[in-house]
Design a protein around this ligand. Structure first.
Ligand SMILES: [Zn+2]
Length: 234
């Protein structure tokens, strides 16, 4: 009899096969291209068409950790919006306070300044604040420049009385369902991302206890990860 660290041979093989053939991971740029498609055709994805894992770069996680730290320091919620601007993931400057009571309009501008015959400096501004400056090669600049809104993210403070961070609120879910956004991010001690799908409700009914299994049962696609890790579809 073979043992693999207490894992049965059957489940070991099942995991191996799943990893070899069926596991799909999307980077943020794959996600952006798909979001562009959903918008263009005004559709929501089927939960099965969404990948097993989502991957975000180091710069994204640095900003997520900053948001977590800000909230842990002063107990307020902080919010930001995530865009992809010509292959780069951008988080808008943080907003302090209840994210859903603020009607956020972002004015995003970006341009490329030539350095030499091959290189340019890319500068991205949100509401006149510079959020990105980097050198890119000419071939890395898409022929048609684009900006894609991915999702908003916000933090929830730690609740000492229940000994944990609050999960999505009714307000969070109703704002997702009622908006044109495809997903909503939430920073607790983990990073959470919930997608609307073609099976999730078009009207949010107030729930007493919002948790992962409730959202899954309602037809949402639910992802979660420790900071810096791949987001896993639950
Ligand atoms: Zn919230």
């Amino acid at each position: 009899m073979l043992y693999f660290n207490n894992m049965s041979l059957g489940s070991f093989l099942k995991d191996l096969i799943k990893n070899l053939f069926f596991v799909r991971t999307w980077t943020y740029s794959t996600l952006a291209q798909n979001v562009k498609y959903y918008r263009k055709y005004n559709v929501l994805p089927d939960s099965l068409s969404l990948p097993d894992y989502l991957e975000f770069p180091y710069s994204f996680w640095q900003r997520v950790k900053d948001l977590r730290r800000y909230t842990d320091n002063d107990g307020h919620e902080y919010a930001s919006s995530v865009y992809v601007i010509d292959n780069d993931i951008i988080l808008t400057p943080f907003i302090r306070g209840e994210p859903h009571q603020v009607n956020i309009k972002y004015n995003i501008k970006w341009h490329y300044e030539p350095v030499d015959s091959a290189r340019y400096v890319k500068k991205v501004y949100v509401n006149n604040e510079k959020v990105l400056e980097k050198t890119v090669y000419k071939y890395q600049i898409p022929k048609k420049l684009y900006s894609i809104y991915l999702f908003s993210i916000h933090t929830h403070p730690y609740h000492a009385d229940i000994g944990r961070y609050g999960y999505y609120s009714n307000q969070d879910m109703s704002s997702l369902v009622n908006s044109s956004a495809i997903a909503i991010g939430l920073i607790t001690d983990k990073f959470n991302l919930v997608f609307k799908t073609n099976k999730s409700p078009k009207i949010w009914t107030k729930q007493d206890n919002i948790n992962i299994s409730l959202l899954k049962n309602l037809g949402f696609a639910v992802y979660q990860a420790g900071f810096g890790k791949k987001l896993e579809k639950l």
